[in-house]
Design a protein around this ligand. Sequence first.
Ligand code: HEM
Length: 497
Amino acid sequence: MIAVILWYVFSVFLIWFMWDLLRSQDTPPGPFKFPLLGTLVQISLADPIPYKAFEKLAKKYGDVVSIKLGLKDAIVLNSYQSIRDVFTRDEALERPVYGPWWDRNFKKDLGIIFSSEELWVKIRKFVTKGFRDYGFGKKNSMEAVIHEELQEFTDYIQNLADSSPGNIVHFDTFYHLTFLNLVLSMLVGKRYKHDDKQLRYVMDNVNHFFKSGVVGAGIMTAYPFLRYVFPTMTGFKIQMEAIQAYHSYAREVLKEQRQLGDYKTDPQCFADEFIHKIEETKNDPNTIFTDEQFIILVVDFIQAGSETTSNVFNVAMLHLALNQEMQDKLYKDIVQVIGTDRYPNLKDIEKLTYAKAVMYEAHRYSIVLPHLGLRQVTRDFYYNNYLFRKGTQIFPNIPAVSYDKEFWGDPENFRPERFIGAEGQLINLDRNLNFGAGKRNCIGEMLSKDSFLLYLTRLIQKFKFSIPDHLPAPRTDPMLGFSLTAHPYDAKIELRL
Ligand code: HEM
């Protein structure tokens, strides 16, 4: 009996294996695909950190590599050219939605990050226009909101430094709250005070969510069902608690804005405009404007917009604290263009080439999202004679671009000068693929860059950051999580003005 069962199992595997082999004929080269495991064994043996493992596989198989995560076919892109070429194709516009990401979306096609086809086109158009007309509220400008936010944030830094022995401050999730606040301001048209209960509630959950992702995310990509079997070990439990917190925050926003009633006649913010649409289309059974749609959009913006900018900013500030010469150079530029007192504005930052170079270098160095937002093939296509089959996931491997030794020479060093040409002009900017590429690129790129530069100039104009010799030397390798950033460190903050 046992022999019959074994024979049966063996035959099924053999047939499956032959079928898989035939299917793989035109696909890019890659490691042998084991039944059920795919190439997981070879990936983990190459390196426990996926982006490093992908680089090692690329050395053996080339820039475009086929892998299999459990039962899911995937292709890794390991060069600037291949990521640019594939990401700008219409057949690679969608994102895979599985496991916790599907649960977070009420198991429906909703929001902007994970929505598909026509819905995505409509929602992206609405969001782009909505933020243009109402971002930061009808009566506020982005700059005004950022100035207000910076005022509260710099007061906080000053008080913290003054009350800390030796002005030594601990930097962990230091910049998260202030950048999250900017993203929420875009949605609700008002800025929360830093001790606001709603803001703190969302913030705590953002921190929990991102710290939960190191182990669980990889396993759940290959075997999403494991989230139900090992909810704690995979991080799924914490992630779902955080998501539910975002959902309830979004419901609160809907309730408050409905009570205020501006949406009926004179929408004041993005949330009002959305509720206006919900009411206008409530008798249309095919409407895309629903409470659930708004809730998932809020989750999308919290997840995409808060930790990303703050993590890159954190990396820039660490390197400025480590390198006084670099910080002095930036300070001198700021004083020359803006002076020591006035708040920087968007016109000023246009003239601050070195500040921009610091920002681009922080993006390059931090590899904040090593695999960007994943994509998925919606129609078979050939790239460089390789078949990209419908349903295949696409993993861009950004470190292969940001740390390309051939292009950068010394990628391991934090050196903003690599973005400045002989005539003092910015160069190599197209090499920054951190915001993705093509029609589905990051919708928050401008907000992220403008806020980054306004924060950078104001903080360096006002404070000096340093790492005194008696403090432990900070680590400069990336700390892993859903997005990457610097490891926690201690630094001294002194007031300049
Ligand atoms: C350092 C800052 C940021 C980085 C590195 C970043 C990176 C990315 C990347 C790589 C994607 C996927 C792009 C692609 O598939 O080609 C993306 C999408 C997105 N980002 Fe960002 N982002 C940042 C800041 C922001 C901010 C501040 C917001 C919101 C205000 C935001 C909102 C979004 C949204 C909504 C999407 C989904 C777009 C879509 O699928 O159509 N991001 N971002």
